[in-house]
Design a binder for this molecule. Structure first.
Ligand code: ADP
Ligand code: NA
Length: 330
């Protein structure tokens, strides 16, 4: 296998991925398949670091996998699987926890953010140890690259530190992964609050476009998007965050350069822009929703695809785990 290996995961913690997930990450997952040996996983082990509903998790794990397939992840070219189906993640996760310092884990800003909102008794060790499991996810595959946004940079740094620490204590075992900067990754903002990024934890449901939303609902959300004062349609994120966000979405979905849009919308109003965004969005989500329905109508076939992915993943992770255990004296 000559193509560089890449590993990426996404949590099954919502009923649908949103437009930010797609334009900021999943669209690039699809393109990366062309020149990478890609491993993509639905990280359900990470989803139980907070209290959860098992029925909902099972459903969301399948819906997540179905969306990845519908968006263009090709299970013949890439290895698509569910994290819990590959036991080496948890096994190596324990090893990584034992290598991680308490102080080191305490400095992770994502943990600080997520735990700040909760009572100490409700914060699980799993949430605290999350970055160690994430390190295991990556190192198990000897991945060369990991696509990371700004928010994951610190975790990748920790992963590299842990790999280096293990290698120097016990002998060379893990490859140090490099961050992969996603080309054309767009940051998408909340339609109701264009100062914050579109997120599943947004407080205004009108602000997020879910890929599996009824297209009429999405059209309505776009029509109600917060725009800015003035009437000119120009890309100016500082002074016109709402309009700029719509332009970024339109540019990505219509595959037209941002620079060309000022001309395209010259003399037109915000209503025209919203109409155009709504139309490209519907055109984009309609076939995806059909394909997702197809996979969910035949979960036996979907489960078979995921079982095949897990088997291929285990062919790699079992080798890494055996070497790791051997080095540790097991
Ligand atoms: P959320 O922020 O909704 O909780 P996640 O943290 O699960 O989403 O993110 C999954 C992937 O989607 C990550 O790669 C993340 O960088 C990307 N992503 C999430 N929200 C956005 C956004 N608004 N714009 C661009 N990319 C995003
Ligand atoms: Na997030």
């Amino acid at each position: 296998e000559q193509r560089p290996r890449v590993l990426s995961g996404i949590q099954p913690t919502a009923d649908s991925f949103h437009l930010g997930n797609y334009l900021g990450a999943l669209r690039q997952w699809v393109t990366m398949q062309d020149d990478h040996d890609a491993f993509y996983c639905v990280v359900d082990l990470h989803a139980i670091t907070v209290e959860h509903d098992p029925k909902l998790l099972r459903k969301r794990t399948r819906v997540s996998a179905a969306q990845l397939l519908a968006l263009g992840i090709d299970p013949d070219r890439s290895t698509l699987f569910v994290q819990s189906h590959v036991p080496e993640h948890a096994q190596l996760g324990w090893v990584m926890q034992c290598l991680t310092g308490f102080g080191e884990a305490s400095r992770m800003t994502q943990f600080k953010d997520k735990s700040a909102k909760q009572q100490a008794e409700r914060i699980s060790l799993g949430l605290f140890g999350y970055p160690a499991l994430q390190a295991a996810d990556i190192l198990a595959y000897q991945a060369a690259f990991v696509p990371v946004g700004e928010d994951q940079r610190q975790h990748l740094e920790l992963t590299r530190d842990l790999a280096q620490r293990f290698n120097s204590r016990y002998g060379r075992t893990f490859r140090l992964p490099e961050p992969y900067i996603l080309k054309d990754a767009a940051k998408i903002y909340d339609l109701q609050d264009p100062g914050s990024k579109m997120s599943k934890s947004s407080s205004s449901p009108g602000g997020i476009i879910e890929l599996l939303d009824d297209p009429r609902v999405s059209m309505k959300k776009i029509r109600s998007a917060v725009t800015d004062t003035g009437r000119e349609i120009v890309y100016d994120p500082e002074n016109k965050p709402g309009v700029s966000n719509l332009l970024v979405i339109y540019s990505a979905l219509a595959d037209r350069p941002l620079a060309a849009l000022a001309d395209e919308f010259a003399g037109k109003g915000y209503g025209d822009l919203k109409k155009a965004v709504g139309e490209v969005l519907v055109e984009f989500v309609t076939p995806i929703q059909e394909r997702v329905r197809g996979y969910l109508d035949d979960t036996a076939e979907l489960d078979k695809i995921l079982a095949r992915g897990a088997e291929r993943a285990r062919a790699v992770t079992s080798v890494t785990l055996a070497r790791t255990y051997d080095k540790l004296g097991f």
